[in-house]
Ligand binder design. Structure first.
Ligand SMILES: *Cc1c(COP(=O)(O)O)cnc(C)c1O
Length: 356
């Protein structure tokens, strides 16, 4: 069976050797040596600013909204994973959707200003499939109206934009280290933020603890555990080779699909991409469904990332975002992972060709 992704598992003995260090200290969580080492190594590898490792990629979004004191309306993208929207609602704010760019698939920055009201407090946008939003324009709008900027950068491990880690843009960026993501710790994630926000974010992720017996303020538990960090430390040394393999697979897809009526993702200029997903946009939903059925019959399981468009979620007031709704119906992510063979890529492309 070929799934849309396959979790990279490091050699078990290497994972266990790292895990043994947790056994030796008897320390399983509460920011032990492994979490601290993972943070330091990630900071170095990613060339990113302030990082806080967390237990998944959703809590950092929740903490960012809370710690930045956001209320009222948050401008966001309808084309992302459900967490981007659900966390806004969960935190008692109202998502205000702005449609996406039809090729970059990120929030259309030219439509943001029209959506701003006196109740707007922030912009929460997704660098979808690792493709950066127009971060300069978004920052200029945020500065003009006094808004905060949060990026859901769940897909962005290792992405740089104009020579900088993508995590360094905005007030806060969040990443997911879920097992289906490019770099993983089983479940896990991280929050990256400007220095001025760091203390507040840090307290929030650990119950507000300031030492054992006093509290800085309100908090929640988002701490990454030592076994999670051990997985990250075991996976990290393989990232360069994983990226190299994915790059070759993406090149093979590009070549094999070149003649077909499918549109690949258009990357924003200045992006050093991470080959995190391979989305293709069909001419219509009927063709997508035909291709999906054909692949499923052959035990190949692509995923409809992202469907449905988030502005149509059942707990969202009725509204329409035509581009996002249209793209959501026509976009399919093909299998992409380091150990996927080029023969399988060719087989997938031939099956899609046949279905069309
Ligand atoms: C995976 C993902 C999340 C959630 O991350 P978890 O680690 O699963 O909590 C949030 N946003 C986007 C865009 C994602 O793809």
């Amino acid at each position: 069976m070929i799934n849309v992704t396959k979790t990279f598992l490091p050699p078990q003995d290497e994972y266990q050797a790292i895990l043994k260090r947790a056994w030796d200290t008897g320390w399983m969580t509460n920011r032990g040596v492994l979490v601290q080492e993972l943070e330091a190594k990630l900071k170095d590898y990613l060339d990113a600013g302030n990082i806080i490792a967390m237990t998944n990629g959703t809590l950092p979004l929740q903490i960012a909204i809370k710690a930045l004191g956001l209320t009222g309306e948050i401008i966001t993208t309808p084309f992302s994973y459900v967490a981007t929207t659900s966390i806004i609602v969960w935190e008692g704010c109202t998502p205000v959707f702005v449609d996406i760019h039809p090729e970059y698939l990120t929030i259309d920055e030219t439509k943001i200003e029209a959506a701003i009201t006196p109740n707007t407090t922030a912009i929460l946008a997704t660098h979808v499939f690792g493709n950066p939003c127009d971060v300069e324009t978004i920052q200029a709008i945020a500065d003009k109206y006094g808004l905060k900027v949060i990026y859901d950068a769940a897909h962005c491990f290792g992405v740089t934009y104009k020579g900088q880690s993508i995590f360094n843009y905005g007030d806060v960026s969040t990443c997911s280290f879920h097992a289906t993501k490019l770099f993983h710790t089983g479940e896990g994630g991280a929050l990256f933020c400007k220095s001025e926000h760091y203390d507040r974010m840090f307290y929030h992720h650990n119950f507000g603890h300031k030492g054992q017996e006093s509290f800085q303020g309100l908090g929640i538990n988002a701490k990454m555990s030592e076994p999670q960090a051990a997985m990250g430390l075991a996976v990290l040394p393989y990232m360069r080779i994983i990226l190299e393999q994915r790059k070759q697979i993406v090149a093979s897809y590009n070549e094999a699909l070149a003649g077909l009526p499918l549109k690949p993702l258009k990357l924003r200029e200045g992006t050093q991409w991470n080959y995190s997903y391979y989305p293709v946009i069909f001419e219509n939903e009927t063709q997508l469904l035909k291709a999906k059925i054909k692949l499923n019959e052959n035990n190949i399981f692509p995923r409809r990332y992202f469907y449905p468009s988030l502005n149509t979620l059942p707990y969202i007031e009725k509204n329409s975002k035509l581009i996002s709704e249209d793209i959501s119906k026509r976009i399919l992510c093909l299998p992409l992972y380091d150990s996927l063979s080029i023969e399988t890529v060719d087989r997938i492309c031939k099956l899609i060709n046949k279905s069309l």
